[in-house]
Design a protein around this ligand. Sequence first.
Ligand code: SF4
Length: 298
Amino acid sequence: FSAIGEEREIDREEFTPGLEPQPTWCPGCGDFGVLKALKQAMPEVGRTPDETLLCTGIGCSGKLNSYFESYGFHTIHGRSLPVARAAKLANPGLEVVAAGGDGDGYGIGGNHFMHTARENHDMTYIVFNNEIFGLTKGQTSPTSPKGHKSKTQPHGSAKDPIRPLSLSLTSGASFIARTAAVNPNQAKDILIEAMEHDGFAHVDFLTQCPTWNKDARQYVPYIDINDSEDYDFDPTNRAEAQEMMRTTEDKLYEGEVLTGVYYRDEERPSYGQEKRQIGEMPETPLAERYFDEDYEWE
Ligand code: SF4
């Protein structure tokens, strides 16, 4: 159980592990951009490493735990979300971040993604979306474009890619954004907003994989929909957000990269808040009760 709430100046270098392992990501990998943005965001959110839990799945993205100083749990494939949910419910004061790739989160762990969004668990979920399975050497993933050739689909994928932003909205996420590793300033700001949001914050993070997805876009140039004069919509309006997501998902596969905050619902209570309201969960978190010798268990 961490000592939450201590106020002091936080330096981003506190999130660099003491042993400073050199990342084994390939040169030019978008994963470096996620790590950088996350380290830059943490001091502005006001969280220290011992107030933060990072749960990862399997994949190149899962190495994030090795390069980011915090509590960590490297789970099995597609299972970062159930672990993160349990930790947040047991210790609501923790800043909980879950991370994984598009294959991990939208494929193997797709069921957990859908239900964690539906239940609006209070956490940030970063999906490294490079439209491919990277660590296992370039197989087609749920976000690979139709027609994409790989070892598993040598004649080109016959499948339409899933639409992660739309799926997230339909499932019930209360904060939804897309950013890109090539845009570190926007990525940092979006991660800050996601972590400060009370509820399930889903960030689809476009990360280029130059090793196995050589034909893929580098996600440049990108357009920030919240700043662009070409796109005028209200992210607190569900119907307008839905339309904006549909446009974005179509345009990505046509070569135009739209990013920004798509949806924000500040009214909806998180799962933990709901459970406390109905009296199903004691006000004192499990993590505190566990270490309180005087606590009387029922
Ligand atoms: Fe990054 Fe792709 Fe290399 Fe994995 S295989 S580290 S995703 S560039």
